[in-house]
Design a protein around this ligand. Structure first.
Ligand code: SF4
Length: 311
């Protein structure tokens, strides 16, 4: 069953340098209990896609297309209706807990606040629920730590606190934006294990540039380049037999596969190359690639790719 469906989603916003076209005609589906990874280099539009679903972008941003969640288009809801969805139905775990957490509020109060927004209960009950959520994300001595401000938490514990805020109202869908960024290897491993446990009966859009984390946690993986999807497949297929030259390049840049970086730089989201956006960096480019923009095609069951080599 499909929980969230993006249909031709486009997001752009004006800047002093020009119009940033961060998300370009993205079609994507997340099923019930599915973990979908969204991977790609920094600045390719992944986080903006997540924020577009939550409608958490500045007012000058234009979001077009459809975001169908449980049958209703989120882009047609009023801000008041959207507030009922955020946190309760769809929760976002923002990247960089050091800045996302309020430094002057205790972590317990920050979780309780998220609970009060959506559930009718006394302050005391919300507080107890907050401690319960902290326990579920394995914060040691949750009763004591609920009374502490974020600066008393280590990097890994701050990330757990962010996950706790996301889980506070038991949402059906979690959008996790780079939850393992900046963590050391052992903390990262613990956070991945925790995310797997807490999302056992949920759906998640897992935004990351960490391919190892995506391989470990996701059922399906979509690859984003310069604001558009270039490949989407079941995790085993994407990592076992990648089709798009960009996906191949990403995998080749992993230490376990030879640490070979992709030549060149990602294009700016203001001014894309003509034709296939990857052509200036692609070892397989032919004459057509510079002139025409390839469409996404289905190559195998649930394996889609945007590249002229498969047309
Ligand atoms: Fe490379 Fe051409 Fe495929 Fe683009 S369409 S990825 S340039 S081969």
């Amino acid at each position: 069953m499909t929980l969230l469906k993006l249909k031709r989603l486009r997001t752009c916003f004006p800047t002093r340098d020009g119009l940033v076209k961060a998300v370009n005609t993205v079609d994507l589906e997340i099923g019930a209990n599915e973990i979908l990874g969204l991977i790609g280099e920094t600045g390719c539009g992944k986080s903006i896609l997540g924020m577009s679903i939550m409608r958490l972008l500045q007012p000058s941003t234009r979001i077009e297309g459809e975001i169908i969640y449980k049958g209703q288009d989120l882009l047609k809801l009023s801000e008041a209706e959207m507030r009922k969805i955020r946190g309760k139905e769809i929760a976002m775990i923002l990247q960089n807990p050091a800045t996302a957490l309020n430094p002057v509020l205790t972590v317990g109060d920050q979780i309780a606040e998220a609970i009060w927004l959506h559930q009718t209960m006394t302050k005391r009950e919300a507080r107890e629920k907050a401690i319960e959520v902290l326990r579920s994300v394995k914060i040691p001595s949750p009763e004591k730590m609920a009374n502490e401000c974020p600066h008393k938490f280590s990097g890994g514990m701050k990330e757990r606190a962010m996950i706790a805020i996301g889980l506070a109202c038991n949402p059906a869908l979690i959008i996790a934006d780079e939850p393992t960024r900046g963590l050391d290897a052992s903390t990262k491993e613990q956070i991945i294990k925790l995310m797997k446990e807490v999302t056992e009966e949920k759906s998640m859009l897992f935004i990351t540039h960490d391919l190892d984390a995506a391989a470990e946690i996701c059922d399906t993986v979509a690859v984003m380049y310069a604001g558009e999807l270039v490949e989407c497949a079941k995790t085993g297929d994407l990592f076992g037999k990648p089709l798009h030259p960009y996906t191949m390049g990403l995998l080749d840049s992993l230490p376990c596969r030879g640490l070979k970086p992709i030549r060149g730089m990602s294009p700016s989201l203001i001014d894309y190359p003509s034709g296939c956006r990857f052509h200036p960096r692609c070892d397989y480019a032919s004459a057509i690639c510079e002139k025409k923009h390839p469409e996404m095609v289905k190559v195998e069951d649930r394996h889609y790719v945007r590249c002229f080599m498969y047309l």
